[in-house]
Every structure is written in structure tokens, then in C-alpha cells.
Write a protein that binds this ligand. Sequence first.
Ligand code: GLC
Length: 430
Amino acid sequence: MLNNKRFAPIAAVAALTMALTGCGGSTGGGGGAGSDEGPAAENLDARGPITYVRGKDNSDVVRPLIKKWNEAHPDQKVTFKEQSDTADQQHDDLVQNLQAKNADYDIMEVDVVWTAEFAAKGWLQPLEGDMAIETEDMLDATVETGMYNDVLYTAPQRSDGGLLYYRKDLVPKAPGTWDEMMGMCDIAEENDMGCYAGQFAQYEGLTVNVAEAINTAGGTIIDEEGNPTLETPEAKAGLGNLVEGFESGNIPEQAITFQEEESRQAFQSGNLLFLRNWPYVYNLAKTEASSKVQGKFGVAPLPGKDGPGASSLGGHNLGISVYSDHKATAHDFMEYMISAESQTFRATQGSQAPTLAALYDDPELIKQLPYLPVLKTSIENAVPRPVTPFYPGVSKAIQENSYAALQGEKSVDQALADMQQAIKSAAAGS
Ligand code: GLC
């Protein structure tokens, strides 16, 4: 169940939170846990129409759930505000509207890496008292992503762990290590296709992929005190693997423009032997009429140094805005969206990762989604990205410098040294 690998990163992120917020208090915005006054104390019993804001519903699971809710709650209807499918654009849209105290953003999907920033700004309703939710049956790692300064601010709704999709019709068995995978790239060449891709455009997905490469090589982004730890042989080996992948052509050139969707399309159209992506790809690659890999792909753990690699922990929680006019409705809708029924629906229709532990052991679900045990292991062993209210700056430091290295504009050493410096400044809030 729980294992040691998980505790170190969580201790480290807790330390970084402390280091970055001074005494561990709120960085401003006036909200803070359990506020008895200010917007967090208002509209707690109020019911009425609300808006649910989240990124593009690639898997078409949101509208059916909202339809069902609306049929049962004619006076508390939910309107779906659909954002783009890029994490950074979703983030900026939320920030703008929360800064403007827009009461129309009642309940939102909050990427696991934004909890600290939004909570510290006082934008999220603490999930305490009337707003509390049940988290006992959820995977510990997912609950941790909703916490800031020991208070739960966002409800774990769907998790995410990196998986390796591979063409089982072309390789004898999934590679167990990165080197083994690179060793299979001649098969890609023989079949006139790219060998490996993840997400390497300059956005949040690049942070995910670079963190995975570094963690998988035995390195870390920050230490237990919250200081960046990028100038190490392990971090060098990790980022170096990706740089060499581009240099050798094992990672095709176009992959420098890939976000999740572009990389999924490349795999589905038969142009990639191996793909690192999230679980949502499974159902689409299996069922979309345009998919050329139906029945031809398998799912395996990310390949590591000597065995499985370390995924970055992803996921999307739900947060209620302190500026919402109808918080009782928002809270009920939150409970509906995190229920076993909704999670099962999203798992079966969209192959999205549940947060409820029991669903991973459900024989019926495993029959339909045979990768569930692999996914559970991926999530339980996943490494959180740094937890800090200054996360956007920390992520930017990782993105800009690793992108320059992948493009051959900076040496790996230089990129890591610059990343180290830039994270230090970002972490100091400057
Ligand atoms: C997925 C993950 C999220 C991550 C994003 C990066 O949506 O769930 O945590 O930040 O990908 O693109």
C-alpha cells in the first residue's frame, strides 16, 4: 500500500511550503483557513444556479453528468463553462476571474499544482464545517494534493498518473527501463515512425515530463528544506536523457510542439512506437473511429532507470470560490462529482483516474480497464511537483530552461544551473 518513496516528496513539499510562506501562514488575499469573516463566511447556506468551470472536456464526460444533475435540480442548475485544453490557459483564466471576484466562477477544477497558490490568495472556500467532504476512502496521495497548511481546500475528484502506451503489435514486450526503450528505437525506424514522445512544448506539461525524467534518474527538484537540488549528477542524467533523445532523433523533432493532445494524435495515427501520456488516452485510442491503433497498443508503467520510473502526480480537484453566491449548491454538486457513481462513470466513459481507492480493486472495472492496477501503482508512487504559492514562477523556471536545453540552445549543465537560480528567485516570491 503506502511505501517509503511517497513520504520523502511529501515531507519535502511540506518543507517548501513552510520555507516559501515564511511562518507557514497565508501570503495574502485575506482568506485563510476557517475565516469567520470576509467572503469565506458568506453565502454558505445559499442555493441557486451555479457555474462549473473546467478545461476542455476531451472525453465527453462532463455534459452527461451535468445533464443528470440538472434534471434532478431544476432550481439549482449547473452551467458548464468550458475552457481550453491547455493547463496554463486554464490557470490564467481562473486567476483573472478570481482576482476580479467574479461570482460566476462558483466551482472550478483546480489542477493539483494550483491548490497552494489559490488557497494562499484566499480564493478557495476551506472545506471545513458545512463545506467539509469525506476523504477517508480516497488514495492518500490525492488527498494530500488538496491540502494547504493542514486545511483541505480542494476535493480530489480525478487523479492522474503517467503511463507508457506502446505498440504491442511491434515490440515483443513493454520496455522496463529507459535504456531498454531507447534500445528498441530501431523497431520504430524499421516501421518508419517516431520512437518516443511525451509533452515537450513550453507549458505545464513540460514541467511534468522534465520532473519525471529527473526523478526517474534518482534526482529531485527540491530537497526537504525546500531548496532547489538541480545541480546534481542525477538531475543531469535525467534531463540529459531527454536532450539525447532529441539529438539522436529517438524523440522526433515535432515532439517539441507536443502538448497532451498532439502527442495523443501522433500515437493514434500510428506515428509513434511509445508515448508517455495520462490515462484519458486509453479510451480515446481504443474507441475513436480515427484511431489506427485500436487493438494494437498496451499500457505499462513509465520506464525508469532499473525498473519502473517515477510519474509526476497529476490530477484535477474541485474548489469552491469564496465569491460564489450559492455555496450550498456548489458543495452538493462537489459531493455529486466526487461520488463513487460519478467517478465510475468518468472511469468507464473517459478512462479518467479515480481518487477512490476501492475502484482500483473492483473486478468489473478491471475487466473493462485492465490498466487500473498499473495506474494505481503509478499514482501511489508518483512524485508531487513542488507545493508552493509561487508555483507558476517555479514551473516557469523549469520550463524555460529545460526547453532551451531540449532545443540545444543551452547545455544541460547551464540549463540546470539557471533553473536552480530561477527557482530560488521564484521561491523568494520575486
Ligand atoms: C494533466 C494533469 C495535470 C497537469 C497537466 C499538465 O492535466 O492532470 O496535473 O498539470 O496535465 O499539462
